[in-house]
Design a binder for this molecule. Structure first.
Ligand SMILES: Cc1ncc(COP(=O)(O)O)c(C=O)c1O
Length: 222
């Protein structure tokens, strides 16, 4: 017997859907579950204290925060110390670009996809400028169905490539890129890292970062 899917029961978990007009073009790629909104609200109202301190409330808050990281890690098959929760993808990628400051040297080459959201472009352009290294643009000649192509990427890569950045799903085109194949291509060069913007993918499909062999990624609001 075919499994039944109770759409109305699922809709109850998304209060935004009970509005007269619902806009689906929000940043982050999804409407938010009531349980998530409630948990964040409870945390901000009852636990908004310094993490890592010795008093009881801080211990309780630290545990809640750690539990959040654990849940995200399980959700995407990462380990907990690989998870960072932050205010936005734009901010997290900016932080990441600064964290990679020493990894990128003036001799390095960074390859940035042109089919990306600005969040996964501006910080890398800035990093290349800060380090005085080479920045290359990865684009597509296909005007009707632009897609990131591994052969195009390979033609841009050299032994100096240290970072490749691209999107999993284009928020403008809806194109789903083959991240596993892209990761394999990037890793043909020892030391080259792949940074993926999965903001428009993660709310809609399962993510397994180990299987995808992605080094760095943002999952947006999942
Ligand atoms: C694909 C994609 N990446 C990144 C972002 C930026 O996300 P944030 O607003 O969290 O910086 C958006 C926002 O719409 C997006 O659609």
């Amino acid at each position: 017997m075919a499994a039944t899917f109770d759409v109305n029961a699922v809709r109850q978990h998304f209060p935004a859907l009970s509005q007269k007009t619902v806009y689906f073009e929000n940043a982050g790629g999804s409407q938010i579950l009531k349980e998530v909104v409630d948990t964040i609200s409870d945390y901000l109202l009852g636990n908004n204290v310094q993490l890592g301190a010795s008093y009881a409330k801080s211990k309780e808050s630290t545990k809640l925060f750690d539990d959040g990281c654990k849940a995200v890690a399980k959700y995407v098959n990462a380990s907990q110390d690989e998870v960072v929760i932050g205010p936005s993808t734009t901010q997290l990628f900016r932080n990441l670009s600064l964290a990679l400051y020493d990894y990128i040297t003036p001799d390095s080459e960074i390859i940035v996809s042109k089919l990306d959201h600005e969040a996964n472009i501006a910080c890398w352009v800035q990093l290349a400028k800060y380090r005085g290294c080479t920045l290359k643009w990865w684009s597509s000649d296909n005007k009707t169905n632009p897609q990131l192509d591994c052969n195009d990427l390979r033609s841009l890569m050299t032994e100096k490539t240290r970072l490749v950045t691209c999107t999993h799903v284009s928020n403008v085109l809806g194109t789903i890129n083959d991240i596993k194949a892209i990761a394999k291509t990037v890793h043909e060069v020892p030391g080259a890292l792949l940074c993926v913007d999965a903001v428009a993918f993660a709310p809609h499909r399962a993510v397994d970062v180990k299987d995808l062999e992605v080094d760095l990624a943002s999952l947006g609001r999942t």
